[in-house]
Design a protein around this ligand. Structure first.
Ligand code: PBG
Length: 327
C-alpha cells in the first residue's frame, strides 16, 4: 500500500527544519519584568506565594533593573509598596513616594536602555485597597478617581517614567491622563492601557506581593470573565482616548481576547502573565509535576502566538537568559 503523499512531519524532523518554519518567536525584547519596590526595607523581602519574586529594596530594585537591561528585556513595570496608606492614596502623588523614587532610580540606572514603565493606579496606596477613591456610600467614585489619576500620571512622568500603565479600569481614564500629561508638557510619555482587565481570582498572589488591604472585590470596575465582546469595546475606547499600547489581562484564561484585540486594533498589544499564573506553574514544578523551564517557554510562546506583541512576566529576566540555550 502506498504511503501518504502529504507528510506534515517533514517539517518537524529535526531542530533545524523546525526552527526554519517556526511562526512564533520569543525574544528578550518582547518581555517586560513587573517589579515590586517596597518602602523602608533595606533587603529584598520574599513573596511567599510567588517563589523567586521579591519585594525589592530601592538598592536591589536598581540592580534588578540593570540586569533587565543587560539581558535585553523590553522594559520593566514598577509597582510601589508604601509604608503609609490613606483613603485617597496620597503617596502616589508625592514625588518622594516610593513608586516615584523607584522610577527615578530606574531611569538613573538605565536611562533609555529599556522602557521604564510604572503602574498608574491607587490600589497599592489606598487603605481600603480599591483602585480608586470612595464616595460617601463606600462605592468607587469613577470621576473623583480620574482627577487623582491625572495627578499621579503627571507625577510619574516628572519622575521620568517612559510609559504609564493605566491599570485602574475607571471609565475615561486614558483620556484624562493623556490630557494632563500633554498640558504639563509630557507629550512623549506613552500610555500602556490595561484596556481589557478582568476581575480574576488569579490576582491572588499579587495581593500578597503589594500587601493589599482590599476586602471585597473589584467586580464593579474590572470586567466579568464571562464577557468577550467588551474586551474589544474597551480597547477601542482606550484607543480613541489616546492609548499607545493596549493590554489584555490576565493572559492564560483570556487568550481568545488577546487574539480578538490583536485583530481589532492597529497598535501593539500586550498581555500580562499574572501572579496566579506564575504561582500555579511554580507550585506544580516544585512538586515535580511539570518540567519547569519547558512549561514556562511553552506558556509564554502561547501568549505570543495568541497575538501578544509584548508579554509582561515575572520570568522575564530568567527567560531572557534561558532563550539562547533553548531550541
Ligand atoms: C492593580 C493591579 C493588579 C495587578 C496589576 N495591577 C491587581 C488587581 O487588579 O487586583 C495584578 C498583577 C498580577 O496578578 O500579577 N493595580
Amino acid at each position: 500500500m502506498p504511503g501518504p503523499i502529504l507528510r506534515p512531519r517533514r517539517l518537524r524532523r529535526n531542530a533545524a527544519v523546525r526552527s526554519l518554519v517556526a511562526q512564533t518567536s520569543l525574544e528578550p525584547r518582547h518581555l517586560v519584568l513587573p517589579m515590586f519596590v517596597r518602602e523602608g526595607t533595606s533587603a529584598p523581602v520574599p513573596i511567599f506565594s510567588m517563589p523567586g519574586v521579591v519585594q525589592h529594596s530601592r538598592d536591589s530594585a536598581r540592580a534588578a533593573v540593570a540586569q533587565a537591561a543587560e539581558v535585553g528585556l523590553g522594559g520593566v513595570m514598577l509597582f510601589g509598596i508604601p509604608e503609609r496608606k490613606d483613603a485617597t492614596g496620597t503617596q502616589a502623588v508625592d514625588p518622594h513616594g516610593i513608586l516615584n523614587v523607584a522610577i527615578a532610580d530606574a531611569v538613573a540606572e538605565v536611562g533609555d536602555a529599556l522602557v521604564v514603565m510604572s503602574d498608574l493606579c491607587l490600589d497599592e496606596f489606598t487603605d481600603h485597597g480599591h483602585c480608586g477613591v470612595l464616595d460617601d456610600r463606600g462605592e468607587v467614585d469613577n470621576d473623583a478617581t480620574l482627577a487623582m489619576y491625572a495627578a499621579v500620571g503627571v507625577t510619574q512622568a516628572e519622575a521620568g517614567a517612559h510609559m504609564l500603565g493605566a491599570s485602574g479600569m475607571m471609565d475615561g481614564q486614558v483620556g484624562v491622563i493623556r490630557q494632563a500629561l500633554d498640558a504639563a508638557g509630557h507629550i512623549d510619555t506613552a500610555i500602556l492601557a490595561y484596556a481589557a482587565k478582568y476581575s480574576s481570582a488569579f490576582y491572588g498572589p499579587f495581593r500578597e506581593a503589594v500587601d493589599s488591604s482590599l476586602s471585597g472585590d473589584r467586580k464593579t470596575y474590572q470586567q466579568d470573565p464571562a464577557n468577550r465582546r467588551e474586551a474589544v469595546r474597551e480597547a477601542l475606547l482606550d484607543l480613541e482616548q489616546g492609548a499607545d499600547i493596549i493590554m489584555v489581562k490576565p493572559a492564560l484564561a483570556y487568550l481568545d481576547l488577546v487574539r480578538d484585540v490583536r485583530d481589532a486594533v492597529d497598535v501593539p498589544v500586550a498581555a500580562y502573565n499574572i501572579s496566579g499564573e506564575y504561582a500555579m506553574l511554580e507550585a506544580a514544578a516544585a512538586n515535580g509535576w511539570i518540567e519547569r523551564e519547558r512549561a514556562i517557554i511553552e506558556l509564554l510562546t502561547g501568549i505570543r502566538r495568541a497575538g501578544a506583541d509584548i508579554v509582561l512576566t515575572y520570568w522575564a529576566t530568567e527567560v531572557a537568559r534561558l532563550l539562547p540555550r533553548w531550541g
